[in-house]
Design a protein around this ligand. Structure first.
Ligand code: ZN
Length: 267
């Protein structure tokens, strides 16, 4: 029988509450709700940085990344909610510091269908948008350096794994992670396609690196670097509401394409 993310999720959740892989826990994991329309899938948007962590600083105007990411997330929320196809939650809706592991925990507590972290990068000579998925081995030196910078926002926290034996946890995690990785890659591909219709892209736009904020084992997650604040053209564009609305529209199209192609991604 093929694994569905929902089934694995139920199993995972039951282990979290029942504390073991005994058969009563498995029995409890069976869905007990009557067949009725499930709620719309929940998309968690994560505006990078915040509070005492400004993120990267704009080369020309000194704008803080944390301001750009929040404005972009609020615009994307408006557009996604307008589509009527999903619910949206922001990990922060104001200028506050939230540790990376807490951002992941918010999405997991609410059983999010998708997690999208929004950022703006900094690197000499680079410009354009890029989309990252999780991989322990970064695909190139720049991706590795970026992951280090983003992870240094605080120390990468551990996940709230259920109290089962390490062997059982490892097996479950690998099953769920395989599905999640597939979902993350699919979402990244769709986001890259729709972004490419709208804004300049970094070459090899879909990259992989060890971002702590992408480590939910059970929620397809991507990190979008909307552009480079070290590039004056990207910086000027990202400060403009109309440009952020175009980026948000592209991401909204990507999310909707993903949800349409993934009927199990319910909330
Ligand atoms: Zn960032």
């Amino acid at each position: 029988m093929p694994f569905s993310r929902r089934r694995l999720y139920a199993l995972f959740a039951s282990l979290g509450t029942a504390g073991g892989l005994a058969s009563p826990a498995l029995a409890q994991s069976r869905p007990t709700r009557p067949a009725r329309r499930p709620p719309l899938p929940l998309v968690v948007l994560d505006p990078g940085h915040g509070g005492r962590d400004p993120g990267t600083i704009g080369a020309r105007t000194g704008v803080h990344e944390k301001v750009i990411t929040l404005a972009a997330a609020q615009e994307l929320r408006r557009q996604l909610e307008g589509s009527g196809r999903c619910r949206v939650l922001l990990t922060r809706n104001r200028d506050i510091f939230i540790p990376l592991d807490e951002r992941v925990a918010i999405a997991r507590r609410r059983q999010a269908a998708l997690f999208i972290s929004l950022h703006a990068d900094s690197a000499p000579g680079a410009r354009g948008a890029s989309v990252y998925t999780l991989n322990g081995n970064a695909t190139d030196a720049m991706s590795a350096a970026l992951a280090r910078r983003e992870n240094n926002a605080d120390r990468a926290g551990g996940l709230n794994l259920p109290p089962v034996s390490p062997e059982v946890a490892r097996i479950l995690i690998s099953l769920v992670q395989a599905e999640t990785r597939e979902g993350s890659d699919r979402l990244a591909r769709m986001a890259v396609t729709s972004l490419g219709e709208t804004v300049p892209l970094l070459p090899n736009t879909h990259r992989q690196a060890g971002f702590a904020v992408l480590k939910a084992p059970d929620i397809p997650s991507v990190l979008v670097e909307m552009g480079f604040l070290s590039d004056p053209r990207d910086e000027a564009a990202l400060r403009r509401p109309d440009h952020r609305a175009r980026v948000a529209a592209a991401l909204s199209r990507g999310v909707q394409a993903y949800l349409a192609a993934t009927p199990t991604a319910t909330g």
